[in-house]
Design a binder for this molecule. Structure first.
Ligand code: ADP
Ligand code: ADP
Length: 229
């Protein structure tokens, strides 16, 4: 069963046609990279998956549940499908550790000790354990993004969405963030990554989707072949 299925999905912002007849399925375990020019609808596509944007028509199924059905709970979807943003979106008034334990304690009702231990393990994985008591504003962009990835993982999601995770970073920070993402991919994490990092796409993706002008123009499992064109 596909984890995510777009069937004839359209998205309008007013009169602007941002997604045009999208038909795509995403399976568990896939690492998919979405590329295309700025304004082609890549971010909108990702944001529809966890309900940050509504769709205008068509069907979008997440684990067989229609995202527009009354029975579908967006909080359930967001527990299961984490998102990492371009601008990190960490809580500024919380420490690194608190940023990570907040959702597990509030949403999953984990006890503080459990959540803290899990958060420390995640911070260790992304190389940020020594900054656990720091506030986000004291960290570099690359460090904040690694914390944001740890926060996404703390909900133990089935899939992580990445919306241009390195586009706001200074060049010297990009490698550290991509290394964390590569490691996740190797561990079998299901990922959809919107990025302009073509080397990352070539090295890590199982599949590449090319969008332009709101449409999917290519959807290829031959990633090497795609980049040789
Ligand atoms: P990409 O991620 O490929 O750069 P986006 O999905 O962010 O593209 O945007 C696609 C188009 O939709 C752009 O022209 C953008 O300006 C427009 N758009 C995105 N969000 C909104 C919004 N909330 N209101 C109006 N237009 C929007
Ligand atoms: P992030 O960096 O966290 O991904 P962005 O800087 O891409 O966020 O901004 C995304 C927000 O701006 C979204 O809410 C998107 O819908 C909105 N947006 C993008 N383009 C437009 C537009 N042309 N008009 C109005 N809102 C837009």
């Amino acid at each position: 069963m596909a984890m995510i299925e777009f069937k004839n999905v359209e998205k309008y912002f007013g009169n602007f046609h941002a997604l045009k007849d999208i038909n795509l399925t995403f399976e568990k375990g896939e690492v998919v990279v979405v590329i295309g020019p700025s304004g082609s609808g890549k971010s909108t596509l990702l944001r529809t998956i966890n309900g940050l944007e509504t769709i205008s028509s068509g069907n979008l199924l997440i684990n067989d549940q229609d995202i527009r059905s009354k029975q579908t709970k967006l909080t359930e979807i967001r527990k299961n499908i984490g998102m990492v943003f371009q601008h990190f979106n960490l809580y500024p008034n919380k420490t690194v550790l608190e940023n990570i334990t907040l959702a597990p304690t509030k949403v999953l009702n984990r006890n503080e000790k459990e959540a803290k231990d899990a958060a420390e393990r995640l911070l260790d994985r992304v190389g940020m354990l020594d900054k656990k008591d720091s506030y986000p504003s004291t960290l570099s962009g690359g460090q904040q993004q690694r914390v944001a990835i740890a926060r996404g993982l703390a909900m133990q999601p089935e899939m992580l969405l990445f919306d241009e995770p390195t586009s706001a970073l200074d060049p010297e920070m990009i490698g550290d963030v991509l290394d964390v993402m590569k490691q996740l991919a190797r561990e079998g994490m299901s990922m959809i990554v919107v990025t302009h990092e073509m080397n990352f796409a070539r090295d890590v993706a199982d599949r590449v989707i090319f969008m332009a002008d709101g449409q999917v123009l290519e959807d290829s499992y031959d990633v090497e072949g795609f980049f040789e064109q």
